[in-house]
Write a protein that binds this ligand. Structure first.
Ligand code: GRG
Length: 290
């Protein structure tokens, strides 16, 4: 299989796992179930869960063992998009080419659908029977840190809100993006390593692998944001926001994204497994058009 086929095969596994999970664990109230379904289906690139599966494989495990961790990270990502679209945040009417959850189901239901996905993420994480309870506990901590307010996704979002309208520079912007975008991508990679090792993940060799996964996730995460900023510039949606593209222009932003991708790929050298898929994924993210 070539890269694109391998990527699609992983996405298919994830789509099936999401559908199965939601079918089995649908919220009791049917409007909420529909809103959760709406948030989870249609158009997401599924980059984060793909990363989790790929890192588990890089560490020598079958991707299927990483499914609950992959679902957990995609649930967190999806909840963040639902909440980010709310009228009190970005007030976005459209997400992934269709009505945002609050436009379709109302604000209160969208809020609860996001809450429900956030909660379900931790339930999914803990439902991994093939992983030891000590590894699951560590994975839980990592997911909370990556998505939370202590340097994680929430902290990036909050910093961005606080600094909105101020003349921030590249350093502050990078800090925001490390939280808002890169933290969850790093988490996706680290959870893959947890699923892949499923052993004493605090051993020295394992912490080296976790650090490498984190470096890779951070590098592709920042590059990912830089590309998004270039798209926003093209589409004129940046509207007064400071982004890498408004600060540096397209050419410098692309160069920086290339360099971050190069560093991300280098970080994979400490793994003894075949890292070609993750290398190609990093390059592919640079060439994506959406
Ligand atoms: C919890 C309200 C709240 C916000 C958290 C995630 C987030 C911060 C805000 C969403 C807006 C945004 C542009 C965040 C940066 C991360 C990013 C580029 C998200 C989009 O990820 P993709 O492109 O989305 O992977 P798909 O639709 O493919 O899943």
């Amino acid at each position: 299989m070539n890269f694109e086929q391998t990527l699609q095969a992983k996405i298919d596994i994830i789509e099936q796992a999401i559908a199965q999970y939601l079918y089995k664990n649908a919220p009791h109230e049917s409007k909420l179930a529909q809103a959760v379904d709406w948030a989870m289906s249609g158009g997401g690139k599924r980059i984060r869960p793909v990363l989790t599966l790929a890192f588990a494989e890089l560490c020598g495990k079958d991707a299927m063992q990483a499914i609950p961790f992959a679902l957990a990270v995609e649930f967190i990502h999806s909840y963040s998009l639902v909440h980010d679209d709310l009228p009190c945040m970005d007030n976005a009417n459209v997400r992934r080419g269709k009505a945002s959850v609050h436009k379709q189901f109302g604000e209160a239901t969208a809020l609860l659908a996001g809450d429900s996905l956030l909660t379900e993420a931790f339930a999914a994480l803990c439902s991994n029977d093939s992983i030891s309870s000590s590894t699951t506990a560590l994975a839980c901590k990592v997911l909370a840190a990556g998505s939370g307010a202590q340097g994680g996704m929430i902290s990036g979002q909050m910093t961005e809100m606080v600094l909105e309208g101020s003349e921030i520079g590249a350093q502050e912007l990078q800090k925001i993006c490390e939280g808002k975008t890169a933290a969850l991508l790093e988490t996706a990679c680290k959870l893959g390593v947890f699923a892949g090792l499923n052993a004493d993940v605090t051993a020295d060799i394992h912490s080296e692998l976790l650090l490498a996964a984190q470096k890779y996730g951070r590098g592709i995460g920042l590059a990912f944001q830089m590309l998004d900023d270039i798209f926003d510039l093209d589409e004129d949606t940046a509207a007064g926001r400071v982004t890498f593209a408004t600060l540096w222009g397209t050419e410098k932003t692309r160069k920086a994204a290339n360099e971050l991708t190069r560093e991300a790929k280098n970080a994979l050298n400490v793994f003894s497994g075949d890292s070609s898929f993750l290398t190609e994924l990093a390059d592919w993210l640079l060439t994506r058009k959406y």
